[in-house]
Write a protein that binds this ligand. Structure first.
Ligand SMILES: C[S@@+](CC[C@H](N)C(=O)[O-])C[C@H]1O[C@@H](n2cnc3c(N)ncnc32)[C@H](O)[C@@H]1O
Length: 470
């Protein structure tokens, strides 16, 4: 897809790397607000060492990431890019100073990565645009410094404390019960709609404005999911980093109007896009993880019936994932695990987080029959040889384990011998007497043609997928 996204585009959910997607697909000066929550947690930070893709149709084939930052060729390259920029001289000084203090390490690699993303965020914002960045308080001071250099000290608007309650094990410090949300505008022209986010007066206070009192820069009226873990909103999509809709809605309403375009370059489980949709804003959400894209799609589907204004059942488009065999091959070549995750999620299954050594990915597909959960084992492989043996292994597992069937996903089209082998394993028969082939082979070509497994409709993955992901 070689178009540039701008104001007139449909809502978009994009599977890809934030920096690459913004650079390649989002026009300068088209976004009204960026509301985002980048990956922060030191124990779960994302590695940026894998090479970038330059494939044509292959935004999905971006680099992989795992949960630690480290200094790498990628960080070096991005540092050089920043150093060669025409402007941002103070940002360059700041990064150089950080490197001289902390050295070339995970922390400075992260600072470079976030800086270059902020530079891109600034480019895509309109002059009247604003950005809210949700940060862990442990890193908010450093992020503030970076944002000040990118957006300008005069464009700093607030450092909001989102305060919540909850138990704490802290003994040597005050329990940490707030997050910081940094708010910058691109220029002094950016609006702030204080009336649209007024809050109710406290009891007994004189009510001088019928809309309520001004919302202060500390929010104490929005519980975190730590306290509200049984709420419907939390239970629909469990994710530790998920933010409450009420919080995100307040941020959106403070700087945008109906019809404005909101971007979240790290969309996660989709809170920003859902809130934008509910509020009648247009939106673009980006995430490098197909898990998260899928989670957002599930969330839109699940929550659409009562809150989303669904037009003809399609309020958005998803792109960035492979749309051709060539693109799927490219993804498999770049990262076999991401390829496997993508295949399994596409057919409605849930990939295991633990990957097998040979680069294959296992997962499962669940359905309910006769009031019981039934599990079908999935194996996805991009191998070009040894497929018959792998299929036989899967058949062995299905015969031995507590599963009712197996799905073998293969990049290469299956041979006749494999099809015969699969069909020799008989059927799973559900309580209505319907027969389903016990072993099914699905090729990537089938996936691209939207083929789904021939088992009863899968039980959606929210419960399992999300719990295992963060
Ligand atoms: C803290 S989570 C966002 C959670 C979100 N606020 C919510 O309510 O669900 C950060 C997200 O950034 C994504 N991410 C990490 N690196 C990325 C990259 N380079 N490009 C795009 N997304 C990325 C992760 O997959 C994760 O979903």
């Amino acid at each position: 897809m070689e178009q540039k996204l701008g104001e007139k585009e449909k809502n978009k959910l994009i599977y890809g790397d934030s920096l690459n997607v913004m650079r390649k697909y989002i026009r300068s000066g088209t976004i009204d607000a960026i509301i985002t929550d980048p990956p922060w947690n030191e124990k779960k930070m994302f590695n940026i060492t894998v090479k970038e893709s330059n494939g044509e149709n292959s935004m999905a084939q971006m680099r992989a990431y795992d949960d630690t930052w480290s200094w790498s060729g990628y960080a070096e390259k991005k540092y050089d890019e920043i150093m060669n920029m025409q402007s941002y001289s103070k940002l360059k000084d700041l990064l150089t100073a950080l490197i001289s203090i902390y050295g070339k390490c995970g922390f400075t690699a992260y600072m470079i990565w976030i800086s270059i993303n902020f530079v891109e965020c600034k480019r895509v914002l309109k002059d009247t645009g604003s950005i809210y960045v949700h940060c862990d308080p442990k890193i908010s001071s450093q992020i503030y410094l970076i944002m000040e250099q990118v957006f300008g000290r005069n464009n700093f608007r607030n450092s909001i404390s989102w305060c919540y309650k909850g138990a704490s094990e802290a003994k040597m410090c005050f329990p940490r019960k707030h997050d910081i949300i940094l708010f910058f505008s691109k220029s002094p022209k950016a609006p702030f709609y204080c009336d649209s986010i007024r809050v109710p007066y406290k009891k007994g206070v004189k009510e001088s404005n019928p809309l309520g009192t001004k919302c202060l820069d500390w929010f104490s009226d929005i519980p975190s999911f730590m306290n509200a873990s049984r709420s419907r909103e939390y239970c629909l999509v469990k994710s530790r980093t998920k933010k409450p809709l009420k919080l995100v809605k307040r941020l959106i309403q403070s700087v945008t109007n109906v019809g404005d375009l909101v971007l979240d370059p790290f969309v996660g489980s989709g809170t920003t896009v859902l809130a934008s949709e509910i509020l009648g804003r247009k939106w673009i959400g980006i995430d490098v993880s197909y898990f998260q894209i899928r989670k957002t799609m599930d969330r839109i589907r699940l929550e659409s019936s009562d809150i989303i204004n669904v037009e003809g059942n399609k309020i958005y488009e998803v792109f960035g994932e492979p749309e051709s065999i060539e693109a799927a091959k490219h993804l498999a070549k770049k990262n076999r695990h991401k390829f496997g995750d993508w295949c399994i999620l596409k057919i409605g299954g849930t990939p295991n987080i633990k990957k097998s050594g040979d680069g294959g990915v296992d997962g499962d597909y669940r359905f309910i029959d006769d009031k019981e959960y039934k599990k079908v084992k999935i194996q996805a492989t991009s191998l070009q040889s040894g497929l018959a043996t792998k299929l036989r292994d899967l058949c062995g597992i299905v015969d031995g384990e507590n599963v009712v069937g197996g799905i073998f996903i293969t990049l290469k089209e299956p041979s006749k011998q494999m099809i015969t082998e699969a069909s020799s394993h008989g059927f799973y028969v559900d309580k209505f007497g319907t027969h389903y082939p016990k072993i099914q082979i699905i090729s990537v070509k089938d996936i691209l043609n939207h083929k789904k497994p021939n088992f009863p409709t899968c039980v959606h993955i929210e419960d399992k997928l999300v719990e295992t992901w963060f």
